[in-house]
Design a protein around this ligand. Structure first.
Ligand code: G3H
Length: 250
């Protein structure tokens, strides 16, 4: 079901002691009347701690990655069952850093998505174009291909487990945000693809988040757009005060 969501992707930041401090800064601070979903994605080593310390709060825990296999000889990898066992409900798949630095292909991302959906995680599936593609006017094509190859193998009913995050690569960690209009334009395009591939129900019920240099001073304007259902926040999720201000902007 479409919801308003603010998710914090901590990336490779925060050891256990820093995780404790950051979570203490969030716990009990979200206004009681706030109906939006709040998710944090600490590194793997702190997922269990995060789940235990957030148990009686309205903050859920996400993993930043998942392996597409059930178990076995995959040194250094983490399975769906392991994540389930420590209370993880959400998984980020296809972040541009995984695509670019760790060379995760569309096929791998499709397999990861299938595995995560099979295990009933909520998947935050990331898409987004690089600057060269935006400059060449190819951004819609890039996002369409990413969705077609990594996500659209799912059935309409499986799409209930999917949240899409549009993160233009040129806006990630750069301080340069897509304008609210650019975000809205892409989100509306993604929704039109969902309607075309599936049906209007899927299009209407899928949450689409924006990510890329969202800060307390620009969140409200971006979140104010009709097809923007919240944000996937990197840098600003590492400071409790900033993350809370962004949650309040939704
Ligand atoms: O997953 C989050 C995005 O990569 C955005 O990161 P950022 O807010 O630091 O630009």
């Amino acid at each position: 079901m479409r919801s308003k969501i603010v998710a914090g992707n901590w990336k490779m930041n925060c050891d256990l002691s820093e995780t404790k401090v950051l979570l203490e800064g969030l716990t009990g601070k979200i206004k009681a009347n706030n109906q939006n979903k709040v998710v944090v994605a600490p590194p793997f080593t702190n997922l269990h701690y995060a789940f235990e310390s957030l148990k009686n709060t309205n903050i859920s825990v996400a993993a930043q990655n998942i392996n597409e296999n059930e178990s076995g000889a995959h040194t250094g990898e983490i399975s769906a069952k392991m994540l389930k066992g420590v209370g993880v409900e959400y998984v980020i798949i296809g972040h541009s850093e995984r695509r670019a630095i760790y060379k995760e292909s569309d096929e791998t991302l499709a397999a990861k998505t299938n595995q995560a959906v099979k295990e009933d995680f909520q998947v935050m599936f990331c898409v987004g174009e690089e600057l060269a593609s935006r400059k060449a006017g190819k951004h819609f094509d890039v996002v369409k291909t990413q969705l077609e190859k990594g996500l659209f193998q799912l059935s309409a009913s499986e799409m209930q487990n999917i949240i899409i995050a549009y993160e233009p690569v040129w806006a990630i960690g750069t301080g340069e945000t897509a304008s609210p209009e650019q975000a809205q334009e892409m989100h509306a395009f993604i929704r039109s693809l969902l309607a075309e591939k599936y049906n209007n129900g899927v299009a209407k019920n899928t949450s689409i988040l924006y990510g890329g240099s969202v800060k307390p001073n620009n969140a409200k304007e971006i979140f104010g757009k009709a097809d923007v259902d919240g944000g996937l926040i990197g840098g600003a999720s590492l400071k409790a005060e900033d993350f809370l201000a962004i949650i309040d902007s939704l």
